[in-house]
Design a protein around this ligand. Structure first.
Ligand code: MTE
Length: 787
């Protein structure tokens, strides 16, 4: 049993039911990949049969039938308990409620599956408000990394193994390898080469590929390579969590103070996630949503509540933006409904409720360095929002069956792991006396995000030598033990920080040595040895000086050779403690023990929840999208998007813009086209029918906005907001994940276009449109009838 809940078997237990279509039963080993595949196909087709799960005494009636939708799980109460007996240390933040909130205006006992959208009048602390209520569902998403899950295991020495998994989590794969063999960690060396894309899917779920391959190599005493096919990968590996939210928003109607019209006084939201068949990291995803649920808005009476459902799908897992894009779609949909209910443009409402510097989040973290409003203003200006909004209006007045929509959203995104233990990184430097070239070992995994380039840049900057003299190594656990997983957009930042401090130490060591030589041997001697970098203030020790045997050599090279001959250590390590995320988050609410659900196989315990620390910092960004929707066919064209992303001070704008655009487009697929379709019933119920690109639709050329403008927020535009002492490496901020959530703007733009058409045809302006906004969903939401 592996995984965060210690509940997922590497191979299904023959005494227990299979819990999802795609679960691993066995591994076939053969001399060639083709043979192994043929045997596995034969066994699957002819040697294995399935029958229904028998109704067992003591288990609820629903347990024997597959649960394939969040609605069904909510209906029967298939909810994971928070501290199950096998993994009582987990942490599930059930609610985030702003201290002192009142909900007398909300229907707190509303049936979770009541999906009506409506507006009622209410009073919030004596202020007349409109209460808009509705629901929003969001789907799952396949990671669609280029390289499916794979691991190569090679026996080494007499009883050791070298494991090469395609993973973001070397430490976790080390753990899974040691666990499945019951072996000491020092017998196993995990080496992670560059990974062909991960997007979160190679954080936790890779355990089930790695552990299986390790077991086979151990048994057979020979190298084993296990690489899943695309279809096996998609069926077996968990995906992004689908979510369902039911919200109620109280918005000021402006009846007492007209200038307050549009202020959101209350937000009450209940959410359920599709956790799949095992825990995996569903609670971490859910906690990430909880502490980002407020996004950029300061709301007085605020509550967000989340439960994670157990369903018969592959265990949902980490995926880029860790739940936040789902939350943004739900939250912004709610804000959109609220704005409509008071006859305001959603953007006006958004602007009115933005956090300002010094505000405090509902969970109690002060936003001491917030410049959300400055980013919003910059976005409004660079996107030319007012003109675009005007154009959309003009177009809509002239067209009946094609409607345009515009939406602009802000986003505040918390950075870090919320667990101080993980907020560290170690690096090791070695310098070669022969030519002064440098090797740095570190724990971050390169998967296309540019980590190696960024870290090499940092090392070159701090050591003040050319980048091509520096080699950055991929993680090797026998050199850098226990590396924190490259996830949560922390890989470059944390490992870069360790490398920065390590190089600063080494630089100081080499400088001290040179100064010692100057002091002991004098300036002429130093010049004769070609180590007098102080005489070259512009070029320092990169200055080229004549080499003794002819040609030129860099002062750095002379210094390193001399340092070696004087027995100065040319290797060092450094462990960086990333600062800022080590204070327990003050206002979190946990579900009482007596309310814990009991589902077969999971006994709740009364253990105290694990630690949950505050964010290291925040990024403040925004996006404006314009779409055109063909109301009759449901097709969407994205006409333009303007993204403003807050990088702090960018380390490498080329890489960062690539990350912003890549993440945004992945989000675009999520909100528009990528739909998981499961067989709803019959003997194949629960089989995923969208296993590859014949049926599953990641973004294609036609999905990309016709005009895509990306700006890194010029940090100098908020000069009055001082830099946080906990800003990322060299004052940069994270970028790997947050820009994905900006794609919620496109979903909202589609929703406003559909509303235009509905209202024009006399249909209610409050309506349900689930994500992704596929052609089918848009047509359903538009309610076009033949007569
Ligand atoms: N970019 C590419 N090209 N491929 C990837 O797999 N993963 C994303 C993001 N960008 C990914 C990517 C995810 S999920 C994360 S957490 C971050 O990169 C990790 O990189 P960093 O922490 O070094 O920024």
């Amino acid at each position: 049993l592996q995984g965060m809940g210690l509940d997922q078997p590497v191979f299904a237990d023959p005494a227990e039911p299979i819990t999802y279509v795609g679960q691993t039963i066995a591994l076939v080993c053969a001399e060639t990949e083709v043979d192994a595949q043929d045997i596995a196909d034969f066994v699957s087709a002819h040697c294995i049969g399935y029958r229904g799960v028998p109704q067992e005494h003591g288990k609820p009636d629903w347990w024997a039938k597959p649960i394939l939708a969040i609605d069904d799980a909510v209906r029967v109460g298939s909810i994971f308990p928070d501290n199950p007996h096998r993994a009582p240390y987990m942490n599930h933040v059930w609610r985030v409620t702003r201290p002192g909130s009142r909900f007398d205006w909300a229907d707190t006992a509303r049936d979770p599956l009541d999906k009506t959208h409506q507006v009622t009048d209410g009073m919030v602390r004596g202020v007349p408000c409109r209460i808009a209520s509705g629901t929003q569902a969001t789907g799952g998403q396949i990671h669609f990394y280029m390289e499916p899950q794979a691991t190569l295991v090679v026996p080494a020495d007499k009883d050791g193994l070298v494991v090469h998994p395609s993973t973001q989590s070397p430490m976790e794969m080390h753990q899974s390898s040691a666990m499945i063999l019951g072996s000491q960690y020092n017998k196993i060396d995990v080496r992670v080469p560059q990974v062909g894309g991960g997007f979160g899917g190679k954080t936790e779920q890779t355990r089930f590929v790695t552990a299986a391959a390790v077991l086979a190599a151990h048994k057979l005493k020979r190298p084993v390579r296990l690489a899943l096919t695309r279809e096996q990968d998609t069926a077996m590996i968990g995906k992004r969590h689908g979510y369902y939210g039911q919200y109620q928003v109280a918005i000021d109607a402006g009846e007492i103070r007209p200038e307050d019209k549009g202020l959101i006084h209350g937000f009450f939201n209940r959410m359920w996630g599709d956790g799949g068949a095992f825990y995996d990291c569903s609670f971490i995803v859910s906690n990430c949503i909880q502490t980002r649920a407020d996004s950029a808005y300061n709301v007085r009476d605020f509550r967000n509540e989340i439960d994670v459902c157990r369903t018969n799908h592959a265990p949902s897992t980490a995926m880029r933006s860790f739940g936040d894009v789902q939350m943004k779609v739900i939250l912004e949909s709610a804000v959109d409904d609220a704005a409509f209910s008071v006859g305001m443009r959603a953007e006006e409402v958004r602007e009115k409720n933005l956090y300002a510097r010094g505000d405090v989040t509902p969970f109690g973290q002060a936003l001491s360095f917030c410049y959300m409003r400055e980013v919003w203003d910059y976005l409004k200006e660079t996107s030319d929002f007012e003109r675009k909004a005007q154009d959309v209006e003009t177009f809509n007045a002239k067209n009946r069956w094609r409607k345009r929509g515009i939406a602009m959203i802000p986003t505040k995104y918390g950075s870090g792991y919320n667990l101080a233990m993980l907020e560290q990184a170690t690096a090791l430097i070695s310098i070669f006396q022969g030519d002064g070239s440098v090797v740095i070992h570190q724990g971050g995994v390169e998967m296309g995000q540019g980590l190696v380039t960024n870290i090499r840049q940092i090392a070159a900057y701090v050591l003040d030598i050319p980048m091509d003299m520096i080699e950055i190594k991929a993680p090797v656990t026998s050199v850098i033990p226990n590396p924190t997983s490259t996830g949560g957009s922390t890989g470059t930042a944390y490992n870069g920080e360790a490398v920065k401090q390590l190089c600063a130490d080494m630089r100081a060591r080499i400088q001290a040595f040179a100064q010692k030589m100057l002091h002991e041997k004098g300036p002429d001697w130093c010049t004769s040895k070609g180590i007098d970098y102080w005489n070259h203030p512009d070029t320092g020790w990169t200055t080229k000086v004549p080499a003794p045997g002819g040609g030129e050599v860099m002062i750095w090279q002379n210094l390193i050779a001399l340092a070696h001959s004087e027995r100065i250590g040319l290797t060092a390590t450094f462990t960086a403690k990333v600062k800022g995320g080590d204070v327990a988050t003050p206002a979190l609410e946990y579900k009482p023990f007596e309310d814990q659900p009991g589902i077969p196989g999971y006994t709740p315990t009364e253990a105290a929840p694990g630690e949950f620390d505050n964010f290291v910092g925040f990024t403040y960004s925004g996006a404006c999208a314009v779409v055109e929707v063909d109301i009759l066919t449901g097709e969407t064209k994205v006409l333009s998007t303007d993204l403003v992303y807050d990088m702090g001070w960018s380390l490498n704008p080329a890489i960062d813009i690539g990350q912003v655009e890549g993440a945004f487009v992945q989000g675009l697929g999520y909100v528009l086209t990528e739909q998981l379709v499961f067989q709803p019933d019959g003997p194949e119920a629960g089989r995923l029918n969208t296993l590859n690109t014949w049926r599953y639709k990641p973004p294609a050329t036609t999905t990309i906005p016709l005009e895509l403008n990306t700006h890194l927020f010029p940090r100098s535009l908020a000069p009055h907001v001082p830099e946080s002492p906990y800003e990322g490496v060299l004052s940069s901020k994270e970028v790997g994940e947050p820009p994905l959530v900006l794609a919620a703007s496109v979903f909202l733009a589609v929703k406003t276009a559909v509303r235009e058409s509905r209202v024009e045809r006399g249909l209610p302006g409050l309506f349900r449109m689930d994500a992704p906004a596929t052609v089918q969903e848009v047509r359903r939401a538009a309610e076009v009838a033949l007569n």
